[in-house]
Design a protein around this ligand. Structure first.
Ligand code: CMC
Length: 436
């Protein structure tokens, strides 16, 4: 990776500190796309920190993996537009691209798919972890635990400074996460775990492990398998979002990759992030009936009510979410195939989408349906239980997390250590218990 270079002519930002007669010069760095970046790394030596809660204006790293232009609704992986990848590529090919930087040729593609297939089984001892959970445990809770537990199984390949170890770990994670994910579902149902099948594609295998039983095969519908592949593909990476930043931050301490991905899964769980697809369905349940939609839209607009329309809005996309556009089309294909247009829940979702797209509040604040609005509807239509939605997001996001972690570890990096604007008490003396 090239190191950041100041923009042509060595452009500088000059920061004048009011009342101190002090001017601090800060280099301006240029990337290959996107806004220029003011390098504030040396500011602390001048006695200042910057303040940016939520990292709204802060680039935390250099990266060559994914680029987003939120105003234009552009998402590129290694330069390739998401629309082209969704139309012409496949999830596993995208995994290869994210990990290696280039699209594979035919031999590389087939070898990669073969490698992933041959890592899908998990160690038999891992099954024992599941029985430690209550049957009603949330599958994301199980995923945090069992993904971190993988650290205890692969001592042979945990030298993070060894590129071969990093490669095999990436393959293991991409291959095993769907197996662990579907095991968490089977466990909640009280059904036996279903082994992966090497004759199936990644998405087919996922559906097979979810829905087959030892007594009955699950015949995979190609339209549903294609939709599943798209759901994984559209979630594969999204530059420095909360969970990816968590993976990088955990990784910056030198923690092992399984632990870092477990941290990413935990961060993804929240309803403002990956938990939104589950929250969309919970919200539709809460709305209950089409006649209540207006009341809930009014609540979403009320400043004094914490209720938000789940599946609407995005930190970066302020025009439209290009993933949502593709997902909307896939949603239509799946609903047509399954003939569930008359499902009241789905009808309610479509009505809500229409109202929000036309409502002045949502238009003005540029709150569009995001990827999770449609993925939740598709997954519901396929028959996947709501608790599994975020697990599916985590499965899809695994290559992004591991590619970002690998990118960081492959180059010189520092431990992540943000500072703060301290507003607590100033120094004071301890008061003995008897005097309080
Ligand atoms: N419903 C109603 N009002 C909203 C919503 C919403 N879904 N989202 C944002 N707003 C309002 C918010 O109240 C604020 O209003 P004001 O300016 O009057 O204070 C304004 O829009 C800006 O919101 P914000 O919270 O400052 O924006 P943000 O960029 O920090 O948050 C978000 C982005 C995604 C967390 C937020 O839009 C949200 O909570 N959406 C619902 C949850 C959701 O669908 N999350 C999935 C994101 S896509 C998957 C992923 O990449 O993780």
């Amino acid at each position: 990776m090239s190191t950041s270079t100041p923009t042509k002519g060595g452009k500088l930002a000059r920061l004048t500190i009011d009342g101190h007669d002090q001017v601090i010069e800060l280099p301006i760095l240029g990337g290959s796309e996107g806004p220029q970046v003011i390098d504030i790394g040396k500011l602390t030596a001048q006695g200042y920190f910057t303040y940016d809660p939520g990292f709204v204006s802060t680039a935390s790293c250099e990266s060559e993996i994914t680029y987003i232009d939120g105003d234009k609704g552009i998402l590129l992986h290694r330069g390739y537009p998401i629309e082209q990848l969704a139309e012409q590529s496949s999830y596993l090919e995208l995994c290869y691209l994210l990990l290696n930087g280039e699209l594979p040729n035919a031999v590389q593609k087939s070898n990669f798919e073969d490698t992933i297939k041959h890592h899908t089984m998990v160690h038999e001892q891992l099954r024992n972890f599941y029985s430690g959970f209550r049957r009603d445990a949330h599958p994301m809770a199980i995923m945090c635990g069992v993904t971190g537990a993988l650290s205890a199984f692969y001592h042979d390949s945990m030298d993070i400074d060894n590129p071969d170890h990093r490669r095999i770990t990436a393959h293991r994670l991409i291959a095993k996460i769907p197996t662990l994910a579907t095991m968490s579902y089977k466990y909640s149902m009280g059904q036996p775990f279903i082994f992966p099948r090497n004759d199936l594609s990644y998405a087919e295998n996922f559906l097979h492990m979810m829905f087959a039983t030892p007594c009955a095969d699950y015949e995979v519908n190609p339209i549903i398998a294609r939709a599943m592949d798209r759901i994984f593909l559209l979630h594969a990476d999204h530059e420095q979002n909360a969970s990816t930043s968590t993976v990088r931050l955990a990784g910056s301490t030198g923690a092992n990759p399984f632990a870092c991905i477990a941290a990413g899964i935990a961060a993804l769980w929240g309803p403002s992030h990956g938990g939104a697809n589950e929250a969309v369905l919970d919200m539709l349940d809460e709305i209950g009936d089409e006649k209540n939609i207006d009341k809930f839209v009014a609540r979403a607009k009320d400043k004094d009510d914490p209720f938000r329309l789940m599946g609407f809005g995005h930190r970066v996309y302020k025009n439209f979410d290009p993933r949502a556009t593709i997902m909307q089309q896939t949603c239509k294909e799946v609903l047509d195939e399954l003939g569930v247009e008359d499902n009241p829940l789905l009808r309610m979702a479509q009505r809500l989408e229409k109202i929000a797209l036309e409502d002045e509040y949502f238009v003005e604040k540029r709150l569009y349906p995001n990827v999770d609005f449609y993925s939740g509807i598709i997954l519901k239509a396929i028959g996947i239980p709501v608790e599994m939605f975020t697990v599916i997001f985590a499965t899809g996001r695994t290559p992004g997390w591991i590619a970002q972690w690998n990118e960081m570890i492959s180059h010189p990096y520092k431990i992540g250590r943000p500072r703060q604007l301290y507003k607590g008490p100033t120094r004071r003396d301890y008061v003995p218990l008897g005097s309080r």
